[in-house]
Ligand binder design. Structure first.
Ligand code: OGA
Ligand code: MN
Length: 294
């Protein structure tokens, strides 16, 4: 069978059929997946039921990976899944949902703000690949926003205003917005802000995107309140429903998104129910600030 893609979102997001991801990915299929990502920016593979090894095999067949396990407040001794994964679940290592006021849970609630993965790292993530291993009885959808369409829809004055701007991103800024501020000195150091361009150009398609996230807390050379108000306006613009696709999960779904061209956010679900989501991540190819200067 050959792989086909049907668009399911308003201007992006494709549902893929005709591919079994439990099988090794052929070079042709890998090329088709990359081409699909370039075009749709989000790809949905339903009913794949991958285990950890299969998910990792699929991921490394697409390129070098980013180790994203250090992005959370989970200590190494509390890891539930391989350290090459980001554990996006609400579960401790005994598979029990975190208590409602558990610090690790409250930090992870930051995922409910619009963001792009690892924008708080100098070299941010390329693709994220999220596998639903168990889901709650209700809620817990993931929403995606097309940052290319959002850029295209800006008026000329705003396009000129964002050109060349550089933002500082940190998980401290995103958590601050939720009133989570009790970081240790070690965490403040680990989450020190990094710079990212506010506009990116896709290396293959040449399309321009806004590169935004709730992690962005300042614009270099701007007063902070003015920068935050501007960034808030841009996120509001970019996440209008006409640019957003909502994914309602079934167990076994694998959803992949291009962090260079999209934002995403998790939606709430009952705190006492398990939601076991496991993410592998493909590494970006360099700092955005250097890429823009090149
Ligand atoms: C992620 C993420 C959203 C969700 O895995 O990076 O933000 O719905 N996930 O769990
Ligand atoms: Mn994320």
């Amino acid at each position: 069978m050959t792989m086909t893609i049907r668009q399911v979102g308003p201007c992006f997001a494709g549902e893929v059929s005709g591919i079994d991801l439990t099988e090794p990915l052929s070079p042709q299929d890998a090329a088709a997946v990359h081409a699909g990502m370039d075009e749709y920016a989000v790809l949905i593979f339903r009913d794949q039921q991958l285990d950890d090894d299969q998910q990792m095999a699929f991921t490394v067949a697409l390129g070098p990976i980013e180790h994203a396990s250090s992005n959370s407040l989970r200590a190494v001794s509390e890891f539930r899944i391989p350290e090459t994964f980001a554990d996006v679940s609400n579960l401790d290592k005994d598979q029990i949902p975190f208590a409602r006021d558990d610090r690790r849970r409250l930090f992870a609630i930051g995922n409910r703000l619009w963001h792009s993965d690892s924008s708080f790292k100098t070299t941010p993530a390329k693709y994220s690949i999220l596998n639903a291993r168990s889901i709650p009885s209700k809620g817990g959808n993931t929403e995606f926003a097309d940052m290319r369409a959002a850029y295209d829809a800006l008026d000329d004055e705003t396009k000129a205003a964002v050109e060349g701007l550089v933002c500082e991103h940190s998980q401290i800024f995103s958590r601050q917005q939720l009133g989570f501020t009790d970081f240790t000195d070690e965490e403040r150091e680990r989450f020190a802000p990094v710079r990212q361009t506010l506009v990116r150009t896709h290396p293959v398609t040449g399309r321009t995107s806004l590169y935004l996230a709730s992690h962005a807390g300042s614009i270099v050379g701007w007063p902070v309140p003015e920068a935050r108000a501007f960034l808030r306006d841009l996120i509001e613009h970019a996440t209008q429903r006409e640019f957003v696709h909502k994914h309602e999960w079934s167990v076994g779904d694998l959803v992949m998104w291009d962090n260079r061209q999209t934002m995403h956010r998790a939606r709430p679900f009952p705190a006492e129910e398990p939601r076991d989501m496991r993410r592998t991540t493909l590494a970006g190819d360099g700092p955005t600030v250097e890429q823009a200067a090149a």
